[in-house]
Ligand binder design. Sequence first.
Ligand code: AMP
Ligand code: MG
Length: 417
Amino acid sequence: MLSVQEAEALILSLVDPLTRGDVEIVDLLEARGRILASSIASPVDFPHWDNSAMDGYAVRSEDVQTATADQPVTLTVVTEIPAGVASQQAIAPGQAARIFTGAVMPAGADTVVMQEQTQREGDRVTVLTTPKPQAFVRQQGSYARVGDHLLPTGCRLEAAAIAILAAAQCSEVSVFRRPRVAILSTGDELVPIDQPLQPGQIVDSNRYALMALVAQLGCEPVSVGIVTDQPEVLKAAISQVVPLVDVIISSGGVSVGDYDYVEQILTELGLIIQVRSVAVKPGKPLTVASFPDPDDPGLRNLFPLYFGLPGNPVSALVTFWRFVVPALRKLSGLPSPWQPTYVNAIAQQSLTPDRQRESYIWGHLKLVEGYYTFAPAGGSQTSGNLINLAGTNGLAVVPLGDAAIAPGEIVRVLLMQ
Ligand code: AMP
Ligand code: MG
């Protein structure tokens, strides 16, 4: 049995990120959540030209060095420059230009006096304070220069990055393709969602949960469906998706029962069992398998990595958050760290450890006056109970051993995301 940390490290070592061959071009409007496949260098200076940060007057700073409310300086307004217009008129000594936010600075002027510090009468403007030289001028290239790095490879495209790409006129961007993840559910007791339940049957809820999680991570779920507990059927289902996907996730059939065939079939199909069980609660019978490494490590991505998650609904989700999420993040082209995000929280109740396994207790993480608190979900904390997962957002990590985490003590909580 591997420790959680050993399993995490081993799994990450089995994953290679998507490469240059796994790239597609998408319209910027379709790019949200996608991962940039090549870094972006600035095609222009930002700002593109010196421009005004205020509505006011563009002046020569030497003209207004002595201006105060008692001894103001009066200048002649020779032109008006709205945003979007490049004025041809240079500002000579004693002159000013009426200027608006974002408008290009006229030649000769180097400083903007905000309009609140002036009085206007006809074509004359009186300046009532001494501005600092270059005040309220956004200098060309002061944010970025031509050729500067704007965004790195591996950047997830959200609103801010998309704004930068738009400003750099990248209407199309090169992103990694979405990793394809096959999801199949094993179990003779499982029925599709729309079928009446006969005694002993349950709905294949894991497939819905896993497809949602896979999609949420920016991957493309490929639903294989329900596979009965017959070795030949399971073998055929797995072989069929091997050439189509980057990762295969099954749930159920990885325990030690008479109908748990997953490991045997993976071995028959030529995969190497990398992980058989992990000292984690819930989720101990996690199976991870890979195809033998081809000689050329660059070809490794031709073969999917296999995750056999336990069937119990909570175990399937906990093992997904803890072990599958980092693998999918690394595969997607995101930079490290790929590990889950943890926050420290104040335990609201005693959290009981397990002697042999690191425990993950699902519950409610709340931000109370700037501090996180964690309360376990009410009802039965058993891996078959998916009902009390409702509204939960964190998994408290209780190290293995004898020491409970007492109310008021700090506990690490994994963010379910
Ligand atoms: P197994 O790991 O196959 O022994 O399954 C463990 C438990 O999880 C059993 O109670 C199953 O009925 C349940 N289970 C297995 N697969 C699913 C699924 N796809 N959806 C919901 N529950 C499942
Ligand atoms: Mg089963």
